[in-house]
Every structure is written in structure tokens, then in C-alpha cells.
Design a protein around this ligand. Structure first.
Ligand code: GTP
Ligand code: SPV
Ligand code: MN
Length: 597
């Protein structure tokens, strides 16, 4: 089969070209139907790509074990291939397009021999939304097809839109031989194309996700005047029935899925607060006619971190996972149920590599083990996720894992200050990418691994939204991960994070005065709702205190980081940094004067 309609000529030509290069045994165009999905599952059960789970406790759910050397994104093998190296920026690995094509095409030659080549038309975003964008992924992995079916609007409707628009992002993927030495994830933003080989894992292989919806889309967004961000979108409904949508950027494995599915604590629940999930990982935002930023979730499912997902932390996710889910690299119990650290019930007998569980081998589930599940199965799924116009954003939140210094929450003074706060973001690294875990690194707007162009240009693009008529969201920074001297989290997090979102909404509505500090506005005493909160007043004081000396050091480190982007760094951001620096120095002097007076 091939696609019909003259505007699909380019697609047919590309599919033919790829087939000549990769030499598959057969070609299959995916229509996204239930029957097709069921057939794929059968094929994968037969081949061992999928393992059955307990059909009673987990209906139509399966386990996939990826190769032990292929369990996370690989940033050192991920390239942005722009003609000019400076356009990729110091934040990306770069290769010249011609060299990159030659290198990766050599690996694709004959790579699909004996395999089926699947052609997957997909749409990122509601199928009739002007904010949505289409792509086609060609892959030899049925696991990728099954995941793309859950994660995107995949199949006939997407193909029809591609035929109408004649425009799509081309993504070519093969698992190759899974040799890390022959693994590359290459992006050609000017060609709107992606080539990925040698990995079958998540963000390396499901090309609609990080490759298209962030790296390529961020590049398109800059040209077209919108934003493609690594953000969750959550709707908070107060007892009066008013809804505020908040978009939040936290680095990988730093709490996006959890915040998006937050369950209000008892007091909030009883008072009538509700939380609605629009998206858990990616957010595309465009200025509307009313000057506000309107956002869609380009994805249709969640590819979420399993460990730490338990009845006490994220019961919403657990409820979402009750049926029709794919689990990757989790452990299994004696009765065939999926298991991971932090689940809070059951015991593993088989670890993520299929070995009998032995604590000496490390955790039973891989720390970056994941679930794939349709967003519509989430009990807090927001029906407005399907709105073509998107949802209006009231607040943007940045945050990361900061064991010290960074307060629980502060608000930027204005948009430009907020852009600085986002650009300056730092976080301890996690298992979501290969490499050391727990090392502090700068991760501007949680986009370090995902921005498809030079960060300096990206900051300038962010700043450009501040223009007459714009009604921009307030910008906040949060830190759920402060630790005490014994290494324990000082803030309970999870459902209690609603207390912080509540304060933000009060700020947006002009109901909280806040307390101004050199780094921004923190909650004034008594403004955070502490009813039923299990945190001592002293700890709360510490969590909302601004350590001026510590921040002077922090701002110096931020300065060194931002200077690394050189000439292209926008003046406005440099000025903002100087302004915050002066405010901190002034606070130091005031303190010294007060002490000697
Ligand atoms: P990606 O899918 O990689 O982008 O991750 P994510 O940002 O969606 O992170 P997720 O919500 O899956 O959380 C990652 C880990 O952080 C899990 O182990 C969570 O249990 C933990 N976590 C999430 N929220 C909180 C919180 O408020 N406090 C603490 N202490 N841990 C949290
Ligand atoms: C992340 O690492 O931010 C993820 C998982 O959401 S992946 O799809 O692998 O990028
Ligand atoms: Mn993510």
C-alpha cells in the first residue's frame, strides 16, 4: 500500500527512497486502528518483544525489556545539524548536515533487511487544531509503532491532514544493531527531518516526542513566533469554579507528571478544589488575539517514570495504569504484575533484565523504567485537552532539584526577570539520561537536552514575547527538593504542592501581597495555606528565606554560565542579571549597616 493523492507525492517518494536504502522485507502503512494495534501486540508477544502481564489485575497490559545498554536518552549521541555551527549553539552537539547524513545513511544501508518497515503518519496536537503539526515516522520497530499509537494521534486522520497541508516532519528510525557505538540521533531543523539509529528507547526512538515536538518544533516555533517547551500543563479549579492553567518546566524526572496529576490534600478537596491534567511533558504555546498565551499538549499519552509512582505519591497515575498500558524495564511480581521501587505493594521476583530479583544487583526496576498509557485513561484528564484553540496560561513555573539555597517558591518581577530565572535554572541530573546522577548542572527552561538551536537565540526569542498588547503569564520558580542536614526532603511535595500553586493563583488574582526580596517575591508570613500541613514553622521559614550571601555566589555562577553563550547573548538578559546583582549587594550593605548601627 502507499498513500494516495497528489499532495502525498513527496511522502511516497521519501518512503521509496528510504526503502531503497534500508531494504526492508515489507512495507506497512499504519492506519492507527484498534485491529492494527491488536495485530502488532500479537506479533510482539510471539517474538518476545512484549511479555504478557497478569490479565486479571492488568488487562491488555504488557512488559517490554529494552537492551540493558539502551535504557535512557543519550545526549552525547544526539546532534543538531545546522549549516552554521553557531546556530546549534554551545548547548548542542553539532555536526555539519552533509557529514551527518553520510555518517548515518551508511548505518541505515540495509539496516531493515528481513524486517517490516512501518510508515506512521501522526499529528502532534488535536487533529483539527491550527497549533498542531504533523509528522511521519518510518521505523522497523513494532514497539515504536505501538507506543506512537498511544503517544500521538496516529494513522488515517493524520495522513488526511498531511495531504491537506502538504507539510510534515520526516523522521527515520531503525533499531539497527543496538550497538551504542553505532547509535546516533540526528536533527536537521532546516530540512524538518530527523534520523535516529541504534536505539529502541523512548525519546531516542519515539520521534514525535523529544525529537519532533521539542528539538525540531522549537526551531519552527522561533521562526513562526510561538514556543515549544518541556512543560506540563495543569488546570487548577478553585471552589468558585474558576480555572487557571499553569505550565511548568522541570528537567527530566523532576516531577512534571506528578504535578500534572496532583491530588489535592484533604483540606483542599473538601473545600472544592479540583485539578485537571492537560499535559505532562510538552507544551506548545502561541499568543492569542487577546494577548494571552494559549497552549496545547501535542501528545496524546504519557511516557512516565515508573519508580516513585505509588498510592501515597501519585494515585492518579496508578489509576491511569490499571489497563491498556505498556511497561518498559519494570520488575515483575510472582503473580505477573508490574513492580517498581516506590509502588508500595507486592514484591519483585524478576528484575528489569529478566533475572531472578537479587538486591545485590541493584534496584528491581530500572530507575528510568517507564509506562506508556493513553492520556484519556487518566481520571483527571481535562476534556479541554482536545480544544483546537488550547487553554490560556495564567502562570509559567520553572524548577529543578536543588538540595540547598533555592527557596520553595518565588515570583519573578516581570517577564524579562522571569526569562532570566528560567535561563538560570539548575538541577541535579537524573536517570532519564545516561551519565552521572545527582550532579548539579544548568538546564535552562529544562530545555538543555531539547532546544534545537542556540540558547542565546532562544532566550532572545523568549524575551520577544514582551511587547505592547501582550498579557503574559506571571513567572515563578519552585523547588520541591530542598534537603535538611540529614538529607531528608524538607517539603512533603506531591499533593501539598497545591498550597504553592494556590499562592501563585492568588498572586495572579492580586489577592496576595507577597514579600519582596532581591531575587523576587516570596510568600509573606501567613500567605501559604498551612492548614493540615506537617511542616514546622522553623522549616517553613527556612524554605521561604532568601540567603543573600548564597545568592551572590549563585548569581556569579549563573553569570559564568550565561557568558558561555558569548556574543549572541541578549543585552536585556545581561542587564537583568546586573540588576539582580545590585539588589543583592544592596541587601548585603543594608544588613551590614543594620549590624553596626
Ligand atoms: P520525565 O518524564 O523524565 O520528563 O519526568 P517528570 O518531570 O515527569 O518527573 P516525574 O513526575 O515522573 O517524577 C520523577 C521522580 O520525582 C519520581 O520518582 C517522583 O516520585 C519524584 N517527585 C515528583 N514530585 C515530587 C515532589 O513533589 N517531591 C519529591 N520529593 N519527589 C517528587
Ligand atoms: C525525558 O527524559 O524528559 C522524558 C523521557 O520525558 S524521554 O521520552 O525518553 O525523553
Ligand atoms: Mn520529559
Amino acid at each position: 500500500m502507499r498513500a494516495h493523492g497528489s499532495s502525498l507525492d513527496a511522502l511516497n517518494r521519501w518512503v521509496d527512497e528510504v526503502a531503497r536504502l534500508t531494504e526492508p522485507a515489507s512495507i506497512r502503512w499504519c492506519d492507527g486502528s484498534d485491529a492494527e494495534y491488536a495485530g502488532l501486540v500479537e506479533t510482539m508477544l510471539a517474538s518476545g518483544d512484549l511479555l504478557p502481564l497478569n490479565a486479571e489485575t492488568n488487562p491488555r497490559s504488557y512488559l517490554h525489556r529494552s537492551h540493558p545498554s539502551d535504557v535512557a536518552r543519550v545526549e552525547h549521541l544526539t546532534f543538531v545539524c545546522t549549516p552554521d555551527e553557531a546556530d546549534a549553539g554551545p548547548n548542542n552537539h553539532w555536526m555539519a548536515p552533509a557529514e551527518a547524513h553520510a555518517k548515518i545513511d551508511a548505518l541505515f544501508a540495509g539496516a531493515m533487511r528481513g524486517r517490516t518497515m512501518y510508515v506512521i503518519p501522526y499529528c502532534m496536537g488535536p487533529i483539527d487544531s491550527p497549533l498542531a503539526r504533523c509528522g511521519v515516522e518510518i521505523t522497523d520497530s513494532p514497539y515504536v509503532v505501538a507506543n506512537m499509537r498511544i503517544m500521538t494521534r496516529m494513522g488515517a486522520a493524520a495522513l488526511a491532514r498531511i495531504e491537506r497541508e502538504g507539510r510534515f516532519v520526516k523522521g527515520l528510525h531503525s533499531t539497527g544493531d543496538l550497538d551504542p557505538e553505532r547509535r546516533f540521533i540526528m536533527h536537521f531543523p532546516e530540512e524538518l527531518s530527523i534520523k535516529s539509529i541504534g536505539s529502541g528507547y523512548g525519546g531516542n526512538a519515539l520521534l514525535g516526542k523529544k525529537c519532533h515536538a521539542l528539538r525540531i518544533a522549537s526551531h519552527q516555533a522561533r521562526r513562526e513566533g510561538w514556543l515549544a517547551e518541556h512543560m506540563l500543563i495543569v488546570g487548577i479549579e478553585n471552589p468558585k469554579g474558576e480555572k487557571h492553567y499553569i505550565a511548568a518546566a522541570f528537567p527530566s524526572a523532576c516531577g512534571k507528571t506528578n504535578l500534572a496529576m496532583l491530588i489535592p490534600t484533604e483540606g483542599y478537596r473538601k473545600a472544592g478544589w479540583k485539578v485537571w491534567t492537560v499535559g505532562d511533558d510538552i507544551c506548545w504555546m502561541t499568543p492569542g488575539d487577546d494577548g494571552r498565551l494559549w497552549a496545547i499538549n501535542p501528545e496524546a499519552g504519557y511516557f512516565g517514570v515508573a519508580p516513585g509512582t505509588g498510592a501515597n505519591t501519585n494515585p492518579t497515575a496508578l489509576a491511569t495504569l490499571g489497563h491498556d498500558a505498556i511497561f518498559t524495564n519494570v520488575a515483575v511480581t510472582a503473580d505477573g504484575r508490574p513492580w517498581w521501587e516506590g509502588l508500595g505493594e507486592g514484591e519483585p521476583v524478576t528484575d528489569w533484565q529478566g533475572r531472578p530479583f537479587d538486591a545485590a544487583n541493584g534496584p528491581a526496576a530500572h530507575p528510568n523504567s517507564r509506562f506508556t498509557v493513553s492520556a484519556k485513561q487518566c481520571p483527571s484528564w481535562a476534556p479541554e485537552s482536545e480544544d483546537a484553540a488550547g487553554v490560556p496560561i495564567s502562570a509559567i513555573v520553572f524548577g529543578g532539584r536543588r538540595p540547598s539555597l533555592v527557596p520553595l517558591v518565588f515570583e519573578a518581577n516581570d517577564w524579562a526577570h522571569g526569562v532570566l530565572v528560567g535561563a538560570a535554572m539548575g538541577s541535579e541530573t537524573t536517570a532519564a539520561a545516561t551519565g552521572a546522577v545527582g550532579v548539579l548542572r544548568r538546564d535552562s527552561m529544562a530545555m538543555k537536552p531539547f532546544c534545537g538551536y542556540n540558547f542565546a537565540d532562544y532566550f532572545a526569542h523568549w524575551l520577544s514575547f514582551d511587547k505592547p498588547g501582550a498579557k503574559l503569564p506571571r513567572i515563578f520558580h519552585v523547588n520541591w527538593f530542598r534537603k535538611d542536614a540529614d538529607g531528608r526532603f524538607m517539603w512533603p511535595g506531591y499533593g501539598d504542592n497545591l498550597r504553592v500553586l494556590d499562592w501563585m493563583i492568588q498572586r495572579v488574582a492580586g489577592l496576595a501581597t507577597g514579600h519582596e526580596t532581591p531575587i523576587g517575591t516570596v510568600p509573606a508570613k501567613g500567605e501559604l495555606n498551612t492548614e493540615g500541613l506537617d511542616v514546622s514553622p522553623a522549616t517553613l521559614d527556612e524554605l521561604t528565606r532568601v540567603d543573600v550571601e548564597g545568592w551572590i555566589e549563585e548569581l556569579n555562577a549563573i553569570g559564568t554560565y550565561l557568558d558561555g553563550f558569548g556574543e549572541r547573548m541578549p543585552e536585556r538578559l545581561k542587564a537583568e542579571r546586573l540588576r539582580v546583582g545590585k539588589a543583592l549587594e544592596a541587601a548585603m550593605e543594608n544588613r551590614a549597616t543594620a549590624a553596626t548601627a
